[in-house]
Design a protein around this ligand. Structure first.
Ligand code: VAH
Length: 298
């Protein structure tokens, strides 16, 4: 979406590992390690970067399995990016998450401003990112912008060690084996969003005039569903889908500490946020997208 808006050659994707062929062929792709400040600075200076969109992080479940690495990537990596943004006068977008809330937060719905005492290193690091970004905005004028994403559902990404991964895997299972074993209880409701809405929200928010923003960090919402509800919607297309439930204590405990729904009224009022994918549209699009990926692979 950014490349449509700003031109392919003006948007550089980066990672510490090789990109899939279709990503590599889509435009500029470089190596960038958030723990290597010199590497980041060279990229910014050599390419006259103006916006930095910082997605590197260990997600909720994988972070709990490797707290030291999560702290390095999610906090030290973030500080490198914050320092570079100040040094090079960059505008900075950093995503936060429903994981930035905890069991003592209002859960249904969770507003933008409330108690945030998450019980994961992922959540703690994201609250830190929110607070550090807002501090540097108020003290030095850094154009820091942050959206709290729901669970993002995309056919093109492999589950990345998150608590919401089931909501991607179920589509692949429905089209391959016809059976999905869910690691959450059937009634576990979580905020979710189609990748198309996520990308559009991010670009629209980055574009929003500064004068319209009453906050630096906003919740964005689209839908909330349970494993049972998404399974029922998939069965409208694939009646044979069988789902068994085998709750995993780590992921169930994390999910039970997160908001059930987001209040995103500030994003709607300040910069006109409005989602376009509901559960029906998400399921239809995901099934088509996963089929197209399978066809491409064959
Ligand atoms: C996770 N998918 O499950 C991520 C996300 C909203 C949750 O941050 O950890």
């Amino acid at each position: 979406m950014c490349r449509k808006q700003y031109g392919t050659e003006n948007v550089i994707l980066s990672d510490i590992k090789k990109a899939p062929p279709e990503v590599y062929r889509s435009g500029p792709f470089v190596y960038a390690d958030v723990l290597d400040y010199k590497n980041l600075r060279e990229l910014v200076v050599n390419n006259r970067i103006t916006w930095l969109v910082h997605y590197s992080a260990l997600l909720s479940v994988v972070g709990e399995a490797n707290v030291a690495l999560a702290r390095k990537i999610n906090i030290t990596g973030l500080h490198n990016v914050l320092d570079l943004a100040l040094e090079s006068c960059l505008r900075l977008f950093v995503p936060s998450t429903i994981g930035a809330f905890g069991p003592s937060s209002p859960r249904d719905p969770a507003p933008d401003l409330c108690v945030q005492r998450p019980h994961t290193i992922y959540g703690v690091s994201k609250v830190h990112a929110e607070l550090m970004g807002e501090y540097l905005h108020h003290k030095y004028g850094l154009d820091f912008r942050c959206l709290r994403y729901p669970g993002i559902i995309s056919a093109n990404t492999q589950p990345g060690g998150g608590t919401t991964d089931y909501a991607v895997q179920i589509f692949h299972d429905a089209l391959s084996t016809g059976h999905h074993e869910c690691y959450l209880r059937a009634d576990t409701r979580l905020p979710m969003m189609h990748i198309g809405d996520c990308h559009r929200a991010t670009v629209e928010f980055m574009h929003a005039p500064e004068c319209q923003l009453s906050l630096r960090t906003y919740n964005i919402a689209a839908m909330s569903f349970t494993p049972e509800e998404v399974s029922t919607e998939i069965r409208k297309h694939l009646p044979h889908l069988k789902v068994t439930y085998n709750p995993d204590s780590v992921r169930q405990t994390i999910a039970d500490s997160w908001p059930v729904r987001f209040d995103d009224s500030n994003a709607q009022r300040d910069w006109g946020w409005k989602s376009t994918y509901g559960l029906e549209e998400l399921v239809s699009d995901m099934l088509i997208s996963v089929v197209l990926i399978v066809i491409e692979i064959i």
